[in-house]
Design a protein around this ligand. Structure first.
Ligand code: CA
Length: 236
């Protein structure tokens, strides 16, 4: 057997809307994924135990056990702690989705979503979770970071970052769309024992923006008023 042959990633679709589950299966299989399905939260946990997937697409509103409770249980169990989870929410549940990220989902997407956008997020997440430990590569949207060679590219173009901006991007790219306060960024990037003004973060964020956002490119650093910063492609 050749080692070059890679198994198709198995995606568990947890969705109680049958039409949506069917559409997801059809599109994901067309894109080279294997698909397993669960129609409620309890069934999801059973499927995960029986056939561990490479990624879970987890609907927020589910019968029996909610998506958030399923996510909590996934994170609580040592065997599934690192399982990549993308939470799927309706627009009105968006605030909850942010809470979902804080309780353990890796990413979330809002219904109705575009299939290409979902696939991009799934692939980025699989790359992060599979490739990061061995190859040291991180990516978000059109940004790629190579930690070993300290190189950053956006849309194929080389981006030169100072060491602090590099560490800041490295941290943000590991937690896309999650909002961090200045204090949290200081702890994570500068270290908990370093005492610098929270405003220092603003300075480095400004530099990061200047380097990473080329002419006409989307600003991927989102400022959340009175809260902090996030790496995000959606301005809201
Ligand atoms: Ca639902």
């Amino acid at each position: 057997m050749s080692e070059i042959i890679q198994a198709k990633p198995l995606v568990l679709v947890v969705e109680d809307e049958v039409a949506l589950a069917t559409m997801l299966r059809y599109n994901l299989e067309k894109q080279g994924f294997r698909v397993d399905e669960a129609g409620d939260g309890q069934e999801a946990l059973t499927r995960i135990a029986e056939a561990p997937p490479d990624l879970v697409l987890l609907d927020w509103m589910l019968p029996v056990l909610s998506g958030i409770e399923v996510c909590r249980q996934i994170r609580r169990r040592p065997t599934t702690r690192d399982l990549p989870v993308i939470m799927v929410t309706a627009r009105t549940e968006d605030q909850d989705a942010v809470r979902g990220l804080n309780t353990g989902a890796d990413d979330y997407i809002t219904k109705p979503f575009n299939m290409d956008a979902l696939l991009a997020r799934m692939r980025a997440l699989l790359r992060r979770t599979n490739a990061v430990p061995s190859k040291g590569r991180l990516s978000f949207h059109d940004i790629d970071m190579d930690l070993a060679s300290h190189r950053v590219q956006r849309n194929g173009r080389a981006v030169h970052l100072g060491p602090t901006e590099f560490r800041l991007l490295e941290f943000l790219i590991q937690h896309p769309r999650r909002v961090f306060s200045r204090e949290e960024l200081l702890d994570a990037v500068w270290g908990p024992d370093i005492h610098v003004e929270p405003r220092t973060v603003d300075v480095h964020i400004r530099r990061l923006r200047k380097s990473i956002n080329g002419d006409g490119e989307l600003d991927v650093v989102r400022t959340v008023r009175a809260a902090g910063y996030a790496l995000d492609t959606e301005p809201v």
